[in-house]
Design a protein around this ligand. Structure first.
Ligand code: HEM
Length: 470
């Protein structure tokens, strides 16, 4: 055991989390015994869990705690060659993240071009929901298409029709990757010494081949769009992320510090799609489920929208500040869903003193989001949908709240946060202006999380009834 390690579950041979209770809940038990920083040896890895908001904020502002770990499951996503944004460290990460943030800003975050694209997707979404009214069923797949189309617009100036088989098969690739990412491949992350000794047939059984194939398909598709863009590139009129990257890559072609390449571009794009699609689409689904479960809150949202927006136009992003209750509901959905339950792990790149402890090089670092989001120290009603958590006495939105970190904190904080917030506002306000959501008669809507999904809290497919509002 390294000296001065935070206290916790440090069985000499390492213990794996139980599958009956979620990882987050198991860490919360350790927190009760040991305090806000706990360690846990899982397999041959030392995990450090930061359990309290202030501790996470202090930890994730440290450069030593900003890297990603050398996880096999992460490397598969880059075909074992570090590239992209989410799984790189050092200069490559700094350059790619900076480029992504600049593109997300230049292509219209807060500006009209992307706003219009999102607004157009909202029109299509409402039209599609009309086809699903009056009978029990899961929330329509058009939610995912709308969210994917926003990223397609940004990345490759492209969109798909809601019934296009291509967009659904692309989505299937991404969701399958998410499922597989939480599967047996995790053993290689926790016990990397297994990697060279596990025979091929076991790797196959673990689903590694399937993940590799799926990743390859995603990257190949990105490659096709890049090729089309190379043929039609106009340096004076960059259309999207791909054009901007190609131009910068050309401008830096003699720069020995440049890590830019077509392979890297494919991975940056894949990162935007994987990080930005299911997260946003699932948040919309959670919102629909929670509002169906809390009809009195839904009625208040309807009333607010009706008092601000005329019924013959969809709400626009400019009206966001006039709809504080909807905004507070959206923030509550982030809190209750805690989509990335224990965050996306970081790693420590050198032995680092932190408070009374020393965090050893190579430790895997995790922010206990769902613990913060249900901590009674921060939330009056931790397990209820209670928009008042995010409203002050005058009904104004409290955007910055201690204990609230759905997009994480610090240097790795989600670069897509503003885009996600914009999408959530435009899509949810459009849907709630036009529809109400309810639980099918005689049914119950069970929204508890699956303990086996330790990292991502994606909603199960549950039936609701969509009714067009008069
Ligand atoms: C509701 C929607 C979303 C949620 C809850 C969410 C949450 C997060 C979280 C918790 C992280 C990990 C941060 C860390 O490592 O500490 C992250 C990373 C990331 N997100 Fe998001 N995200 C959302 C939407 C988006 C969107 C729309 C995009 C872009 C299109 C995006 C792009 C990324 C990228 C590229 C990273 C990796 C950043 C890095 O490693 O530097 N996300 N997100």
């Amino acid at each position: 055991k390294p000296p001065n390690l935070p206290p916790g579950g440090m069985a000499p041979l390492g213990s794996l989390p139980s599958e009956d209770v979620s990882l987050g809940e198991q860490v919360m038990e350790l927190r009760k015994k040991h305090g806000d920083i706990v360690s846990w040896r899982m397999g041959s890895r030392i995990f450090i869990f930061f359990c309290d908001y202030k501790t996470i904020k202090a930890a994730f502002s440290k450069i030593e705690f900003t890297d990603r770990p050398d996880f096999y499951s992460f490397d598969i996503f880059n075909e074992y060659t570090k590239s992209g944004i989410a799984n790189t460290n050092g200069q490559m990460w700094i350059d790619n993240r900076r480029f992504a943030l600049r593109q997300l800003k230049d292509l219209g975050m807060g500006k009209t071009q992307l706003e219009q694209a999102i607004q157009y997707e909202a029109v299509c979404l409402v039209e599609d929901f009309k086809r699903h009214t009056g009978r029990p069923g899961p929330p329509p797949a058009s939610i995912t298409v709308a969210v994917l189309n926003v990223i397609w617009k940004l990345a490759a100036d492209h969109r798909f029709e809601v019934d296009s088989p291509e967009v659904h098969s692309f989505n299937k690739m991404i969701t399958t990757l998410f499922e597989d990412f939480q599967g047996p491949v995790v053993w290689f992350d926790l016990m990397p010494w297994l990697i060279p000794i596990v025979p091929n047939f076991v790797r196959k059984w673990m689903g590694i081949d399937t993940i590799e194939k799926n990743v390859h398909k995603v990257l190949e598709l990105m490659g096709e769009y890049i090729k089309q863009h190379q043929k039609t590139l106009d340096p004076d009129n960059p259309r999207d992320y791909i054009d901007a990257y190609l131009l910068e890559m050309e401008a830096r072609k003699d720069d020995p510090q440049s890590n830019m390449s077509i392979f890297d571009l494919k991975n940056c794009m894949a990162d935007l799609f994987t990080a930005g699609s299911e997260t946003t689409a699932s948040t919309i689904r959670w919102a629909i489920y929670y509002l169906a479960k809390y009809p009195e809150i839904q009625a208040k949202v309807h009333k607010e929208i009706d008092s601000v927006v005329s019924r013959d136009v969809l709400p626009s992003i400019q009206q966001k500040n006039s709809l504080p209750y909807l905004e507070a509901v959206t923030l509550e959905i982030h809190r209750l869903a805690s989509l990335l339950r224990v965050g996306l792990v970081h790693s420590c790149n050198k032995d680092t003193k932190f408070g009374d402890y020393v965090i050893p090089k190579g430790a895997v670092l995790s922010a206990l989001q769902e613990g913060c989001h249900s901590d009674p120290a921060y939330w009056e009603k931790p397990y209820d949908l209670y928009p008042e958590h995010f409203l002050d006495a005058e009904g104004k939105v409290l955007t910055k709240k201690e204990g609230f970190l759905p997009f994480s904190l610090g240097r790795r904080q989600c670069p897509g946060e503003s885009l996600a917030r914009m999408e959530l506002f435009v899509f949810l306000s459009a849907l709630l202006q036009n529809f109400s959501f309810s639980i099918p008669k005689g049914k119950e809507l069970r929204l508890e999380k699956n303990p086996k999904d330790s990292f991502l809290n994606l909603p199960k497919e549950l039936d609701i009834v969509i009714t067009e509002r008069p």
